[in-house]
Design a protein around this ligand. Structure first.
Ligand code: ASP
Length: 336
């Protein structure tokens, strides 16, 4: 599992991950919109640090942003100790693990799966929906069927650990999305029941792509789909302007078509951070009482390689990786 103490800022351009592994120095910086380095990859939460390294493997060799974001978030999907993304995710209230993901490239192509069961890597299925079908989104059994046709292995996803937590939850069966409660290592505490990896990359050629993948809200109603697999809500990329992604209680992001809103605000000249802040403020304006009790965070990257984030509540972090910073985490500013 990702360990915050291994965070380090590497200043030498092109410094290797071997050097990174040797370091034990933590480094976080105040949020800034930095101009102009590319390639660059950013992603939500502390687990984004590891994911960014997967993306960096593609970007540093001149690879395409689309390949980078898929490779990056697959790392998070593969971590069975992560209970909010991929097959290690907590199930719905009936014990089914169902996964949501979407991907969008620099040409405006996009693909998505929602409520997909039995398959390990929803982001790769989403990419195949984009590339091999005339559709944008496949859901439920249809998504699983398509994945199997494409060679993915179907198997039961509920891990022993997730099953244990679900059985514990069943004793009260109380559903209430909580804010992110993190322990002193910056990792999820026991009351933690949601979070998504949203990733945005700008490659050496100046093209953008994004990916977003989650197991959704723990203990959700069967069939519930959040913002993460919905193009425009959980993720949006416009190669002329920038990209945005979100994490937190998806219902409020969907109501405001959050990621599309952030990109459109950047088109009007907002910095990435200002655009994310405005999107958060829309949520507060429309539902002030709900906004106080939940977490939503937006993350954005523009065509120049500037990035920024803003969240409803404290505790939101994001990870940045470029030639100067291989594993930087930045605490996002927040409304409350
Ligand atoms: N946005 C995700 C959902 O609503 C959960 C999260 O990112 O915390 O499913």
């Amino acid at each position: 599992m990702f360990n915050r103490r291994k965070f380090i800022k590497l200043s030498a351009a092109g410094a290797s991950f071997a050097a990174l592994a040797k370091s034990a120095v933590a480094k976080t910086l105040p949020i800034t919109a930095e101009a102009g380095t590319r390639p660059v990859v950013i992603s939500t939460w502390n687990f984004g640090v590891q994911a960014n390294q997967g993306a960096w493997g593609v970007l540093k060799n001149g690879g395409r942003a689309l390949d980078a974001v898929e490779a990056g978030v697959r790392i998070t999907e593969s971590d069975l100790t992560n209970h909010t993304v991929g097959p290690g995710g907590y199930p719905d209230r009936d014990g089914h693990v169902s996964l949501d993901a979407c991907i969008m490239d620099d040409l405006g192509n996009c693909g998505s799966v929602a409520g997909m069961e039995f398959i390990d890597h929803p982001i790769s299925v989403a990419r195949l929906v984009m590339e091999k079908t005339p559709h944008v989104m496949l859901v439920g059994e249809g998504a699983t069927q398509f994945a199997v046709q494409q060679g993915f292995k179907a198997h039961k996803l509920l891990t022993a650990e997730s099953e244990k937590e679900w059985k514990k939850w069943l004793k009260t069966a109380k559903y209430s999305p909580v804010m992110n409660i993190e322990n002193k290592n910056g990792m999820p505490g026991s009351e933690y029941n949601h979070d998504t990896i949203g990733m945005l990359a700008l490659d050496a050629k100046g093209n953008l792509s994004g990916a977003c993948t989650t197991s959704g809200m723990a203990w959700k109603m069967r069939g519930r789909v959040g913002d993460s697999p919905i193009i425009g809500a959980g993720l949006y990329v416009d190669n002329e302007v920038g990209g945005a992604t979100s994490t937190g209680v998806g219902e409020e992001v969907i109501r405001n078509v959050g990621s599309f809103l952030v990109v459109e605000l950047m088109r009007q000249g907002y910095t990435p951070e200002a655009a994310c802040k405005e999107a958060v403020e829309r949520i507060i304006k429309k539902k002030p009482e709900i906004a106080k009790q939940i977490q939503v965070g937006f993350l954005a990257l523009n065509k120049k390689g500037e990035y920024g984030a803003y969240a409803l509540q404290k505790g939101f972090t994001f990870a940045v990786c470029n030639n100067q910073k291989q594993d930087l985490t930045i605490p996002g500013k927040s409304a409350y």
